[in-house]
Write a protein that binds this ligand. Structure first.
Ligand code: KG4
Ligand code: ZN
Length: 347
């Protein structure tokens, strides 16, 4: 069981996520698991701009948050939670301040403690919401719009960063490639859908860093190679006919890079368990390739909990209840390295 020995009392934790363009709220019970969750995606609001506009994001969180809180409380059948967890960073500061401010206000009104949660730790712990949660230790491949990280996880808060991206995050590479191909934001699902109609061997794009030592990533070379191929197809008047091949070949190169690096990390750390989380973790090819090439256990959150959501913040808050305080300090960190977190209750 996930909670034996970790949490001594039974608690309902309300989680609030507002770090970017999704307003997520959930209630997690340390006794009964996830009781309710709700999400409002702002994708439509930002799609016209081809990316997230921070000011629009903050305003929409403000509009959506309280109704979502009321909804999940009603669905959970509880009047008030015993603790409140909110995403304190990393993320868009204005957006974080909406969630943190609301959480602090509610904690004063309800007299319950407040747990600041690291967004990427939320992603990392999202598989704990599933029926067969991973046991420690494991390798975490955290792949989102803002991060690409390989982490050796020895326990809650015991994180050693093994590798990260030297330039773009992998989700960002999906988003930028999608833009080049005239697809809508967010690019990941759009590229994956278009790739189904294409030939992944049509172009041989670089698998950046795969043959280099270490465990870092780099996606700018791949991005440039795709851009050159797109321009060439455009100049030849063939872009419409080649879009699916370009999407499929890009996706294959990006996923081969992630899988190659994750397997290398597992081998180096002698761990036979990998957790994949973050938005790009929803990618089918990634899941299929890891299943095919890795002998050990692989854990994912369900696809809906790969992208941003309140449930991962609620469960991370539940596991970090010893970090809770009644203080009214609201944290909102644009940058916050995951490996500085430490174990719960240890400052
Ligand atoms: O974790 P997330 O929701 O937000 C951040 O914390 O960044 O990740 C969003 C990223 C976007 O870049 C999106 O294009 C990517 O995840 N993504 C995918 C897929 N679904 C979402 N990338 C590849 N394949 C997918 N199916
Ligand atoms: Zn995220």
């Amino acid at each position: 069981m996930l909670y034996s020995g970790t949490i001594r009392c039974l608690m309902n934790v309300l989680g609030i996520e507002t770090s970017c363009d999704e307003t997520g709220v959930a209630v997690f019970s340390t006794e009964r698991g996830l009781l309710a969750h709700a999400l409002h995606s702002q994708i439509d609001l930002h799609a016209v701009y081809g990316g997230v506009v921070p000011e629009i994001a903050s305003r929409d969180h403000l509009r959506r948050l309280l109704p979502l809180v009321q909804r999940v409380l009603a669905e959970s059948g509880i009047e008030r939670p015993d603790a409140l967890a909110y995403t304190a960073g990393p993320g868009l500061v204005g957006a974080l301040m909406v969630g943190g401010g609301m959480a602090a206000g509610l904690s004063i009104a309800w007299g319950c403690p407040l747990v600041p949660v690291h967004h990427m730790e939320g992603h990392l712990l999202a598989p704990m919401l599933e029926d067969e949660p991973p046991e420690y230790p494991f390798i975490a491949l955290l792949v989102s719009g803002g991060h690409t990280m390989l982490i050796s996880v020895r326990g809650l808060g015991q994180y050693e960063l093994l590798g990260t991206t030297r330039d773009d995050a992998v989700g960002e590479a999906f988003d930028k490639t999608a833009k080049l191909l005239g697809l809508t934001y967010p690019g990941g699902p759009a590229i994956a859908a278009l790739a189904e109609e294409g030939d992944e061997n049509a172009y041989h794009f670089p698998r950046p860093m795969l043959n280099r030592p270490g465990l870092d990533f780099s996606f700018s070379g791949l991005k440039t190679a795709v851009m050159i191929a797109v321009r060439a197809a455009e100049a030849a008047g063939e872009l419409a006919a080649r879009r699916a091949d370009l999407a499929a070949s890009f996706q294959r190169a990006a996923i081969d890079t992630l899988v190659g690096r994750a397997l290398k990390a597992a081998k180096r750390e002698q761990l036979d368990r990998i957790v994949v989380a973050g938005g790009v973790g929803a990618n089918e090819l990634l899941r299929q390739q890891i299943a095919e090439r890795f002998d050990g256990e692989v854990h994912y959150p369900r696809p809906a909990f790969c992208t941003d959501n309140g449930a991962m913040i609620a469960v991370a808050g539940a596991l970090r209840l010893t970090d809770a305080s009644l203080a009214n300090e609201i944290r909102a960190e644009a940058r916050w390295p995951l490996d500085t977190l430490g174990m719960p209750g240890v400052a």
